[in-house]
Design a protein. Structure first.
Length: 163
């Protein structure tokens, strides 16, 4: 089944994951530097497509796996754990991210939710997106920041992907 993506969906797949992946990508002189994170309510240019409700919801098993890989990604990024990031990121993202010499994130995140998990290519497909919300360890009471994150199933396992 071929995926039909609107311009908005392509923007979500390309831009929104990069916001979260930015912390995993940033490394200067062996120390991780988190990029400035969008503040709650700030327009990041990455919004969920207006027709998200028209996309089929993920199965319960897929939703559990997508939630688990999101936790692995955030924990790996927070701790600077290259092995966790290697398990969480899709192949394409891994080729774009330098995991060598990573240290803990300068601004660790607290994952507060992985919601509205939708399949981009229908039930049983290999592409999905979800609304991910997080706050920061240094400001856990702040309003959560929300963004759309893309996922790709590779070799039977879900991965976070900026594809």
């Amino acid at each position: 089944m071929e995926t039909v993506l609107t311009r908005t969906r392509w923007a979500v797949l390309a831009v929104a994951p990069a916001l979260l992946l930015g912390a995993a990508c940033a490394s200067t002189g062996g120390t991780a530097q988190a990029p400035p994170a969008p503040q709650a309510g700030e327009d990041t240019g990455a919004t969920a497509p207006a027709d998200t409700d028209e996309l089929p919801a993920a199965t319960e098993a897929d939703a559990e796996e997508i939630t688990a890989v999101t936790h692995t990604f955030v924990t790996g990024d927070n701790n600077g754990d290259a092995a966790m990031l290697d398990r969480a990121l899709c192949t394409q993202s891994l080729t774009e991210v330098d995991l060598e010499g990573r240290g803990p994130s300068a601004r660790p995140q607290i994952l507060t939710g992985v919601d509205q998990i939708r399949m981009l290519d229908g039930p049983g497909g290999d592409e999905a997106m979800a609304q991910v919300s997080f706050t920061y360890v240094d400001d856990p009471e702040a309003e959560p920041t929300m963004l759309a994150l893309a996922y790709l199933r590779e070799d039977g396992a879900w991965t976070v992907c900026a594809r």
